[in-house]
Design a protein around this ligand. Structure first.
Ligand code: ADP
Ligand code: MG
Length: 499
């Protein structure tokens, strides 16, 4: 009988051990992006524990690491005067607090009387001794894992980047962005590195203000970066935007390059930062107010906007895939102009992700969240089908059509060019209400005017047609972002855009 029970226990342990090998771990997470301070590793991941000296104070870091992170960014064993780290492989095993010097550790344990370690020792040692015999059988399986880990660890140590080399003094933004795209997860830098970057930024001047944050130009190692600062009451927006930017495989040349998110408690309030690449021309709205564009310049801007939106909207299937994302606040103030004359889509704070397996949206989608002037007719009259993700993409396309109109009006061609105006500038007041917009867009069915002169320039003619086809009242009839992209790229390839 006892023999039977012994086998049952052994089988259970072997099963649990095997499940542990292939399943995810739960770890303590000290970063604000983790809900309830818990993160979950992928299969074969580890719980990561570290302590770093920051301005003379020990700062702990606890997080989940994936095998690729262990390889590309961290190594699990390291210790010097200013940092120490390790990895462990059971649920919440990174709960213990690491200290850099033994005196500090001794002080900490003296303060706490019977420390956690002692308590654990008294309770667990006898039970562990009992279990030890049973576990011997299980060790055979573990030894395979240990061997694999040993190999990986040796490789890690060889290739390892310690904090110093990861954040080497000569590392520039371009290299960091490269680290990000090759980190394996394809979704951003490790959180500790993000924090280190953010804390080395010196703010220079305020450059913009929007719905949530004030945006600053900052310097990081002599290079310009943009810092969007949220107030602590907008923590959810900060969290959401950081989360969207770190969507796996989101990075694209026409989507604003995210660098880091950080929250810093300065004693009286929490500063929430979102760091991104800086674009000195600012928003497309600012750019079009200041300059006209050549026909070629217009095509390049329109093509890059359509490419960015097509990437955002596209679902990529596979382990390194990305979900379809709808922006929900496309407008000229949320598009930035790069030095090379292309555009990037920015301000992803209102974006929603599609989970195609369950056909659901990742957050409860509230009504009418974008900018009223750019809202699609079905949002204004509340007929949008919120259960279909397609609806959100179609609403983005309508807004893109309006942005194309703002852009094409500023195209300088044979002396024709018009002053900068917002869409519906001649139909609604400067801060229109939903009702103002609904009357014009849904009831009167008005759309921005496409002048006849545009017919005399091939690129402008195509833009006029695209604007009409993006802004149809019937959302199902609108073009897709991919179609818009293809149409504009044909203008670039086959037409003489300098005519
Ligand atoms: P909000 O969520 O508050 O609307 P945005 O991200 O739209 O914030 O930024 C507000 C404004 O700040 C933009 O319209 C633009 O003028 C400026 N801005 C934002 N990010 C950058 C950047 N990376 N480079 C240059 N200017 C920027
Ligand atoms: Mg904005």
């Amino acid at each position: 009988m006892s023999r039977v029970r012994y086998y049952t226990v052994e089988t259970t342990l072997i099963f649990l051990s095997f499940a542990h090998l292939i399943s995810a771990l739960k770890c303590v997470c000290q970063f604000p992006v983790c809900e309830n301070s818990i993160c979950e590793t992928g299969p074969d991941g580890a719980c990561w524990n570290s302590v770093t000296l920051n301005n003379g104070k020990e700062e702990a870091g606890k997080y989940c690491v994936s095998p690729s992170e262990m390889k590309a960014q961290f190594y699990c064993h390291g210790s010097n005067n200013y940092s120490k780290r390790n990895c462990c492989f059971t649920d919440f095993c990174n709960n213990e607090t690491l200290h850099l010097n033994p005196e500090r550790a001794a002080e900490a344990s003296a303060e706490g009387g019977w420390g956690r370690a002692e308590l654990l020792a008294v309770i667990l040692v006898p039970s562990c001794l009992l279990c030890l015999a049973i576990l011997t059988g299980v060790c055979v399986m573990h030894s395979q894992r240990c061997a694999a880990y040993g190999r990986r660890h040796r490789q890690d140590v060889e290739e390892a980047l310690d904090d110093q080399s990861l954040m080497a003094p000569d590392k520039c933004l371009k290299e960091l962005m490269y680290d990000m795209s090759t980190s394996g997860s394809g979704s951003g830098l490790p959180l500790l590195v993000q924090r280190t970057i953010a804390r080395a930024i010196v703010l220079q001047e305020s450059i913009g203000k929007g719905r949530f944050g004030e945006v600053w130009r900052g310097k990081w190692r002599g290079e310009d970066v943009a810092v969007k600062i949220f107030s602590s009451r907008d923590e959810r927006s900060w969290f959401r935007e950081a989360e969207i930017y770190q969507t796996i495989m989101l990075r694209h040349e026409n989507i604003l390059g995210f660098i880091a998110a950080d929250n810093k408690d300065n004693g009286s309030w929490t500063q929430l930062w979102l760091v991104s690449e800086y674009h000195e021309h600012g928003s497309l709205y600012d750019y079009l107010n200041r300059y006209t564009v050549s026909v070629e310049g217009m095509v390049v801007l329109a093509l890059s906007m359509a490419s960015g939106l097509a990437h955002l909207h596209m679902e990529i299937i596979g382990t390194q895939g990305k979900p379809a994302i709808a922006h929900r606040d496309i407008k000229s103030k949320n598009i930035l102009v790069k030095k090379n004359g292309t555009a990037v889509i920015a301000d992803l704070g209102l974006a929603v992700k599609h989970d195609s397996s369950s056909n659901t949206i990742d957050i409860p989608a509230n009504h009418r969240v974008g900018t009223k002037r750019y809202m699609a007719p079905e949002i204004l009259d509340d007929t949008i089908n919120m259960n279909s993700f397609e609806s959100f993409k179609r609403a983005d396309i309508y807004s893109l059509g309006l942005v194309f109109w703002e852009l094409a009006r500023r195209c300088s061609f044979r002396g024709i060019e018009e002053d900068y105006q917002l869409p519906y500038y001649d139909q609604v007041p400067s801060d229109p209400s939903i009702d103002d917009m609904r009357k014009v867009v849904c009831e009167q069915k008005l759309r921005p005017n496409v002048p006849n002169q545009w017919q005399s320039c091939e690129a402008l003619r195509v833009m006029g047609k695209l604007i009409r086809e993006c802004c149809y009242a019937n959302s199902a009839a609108r073009l897709t972002a991919l179609r818009v992209k293809k149409t504009i790229s044909q203008v670039v390839v086959t037409k003489d855009i300098k005519d």
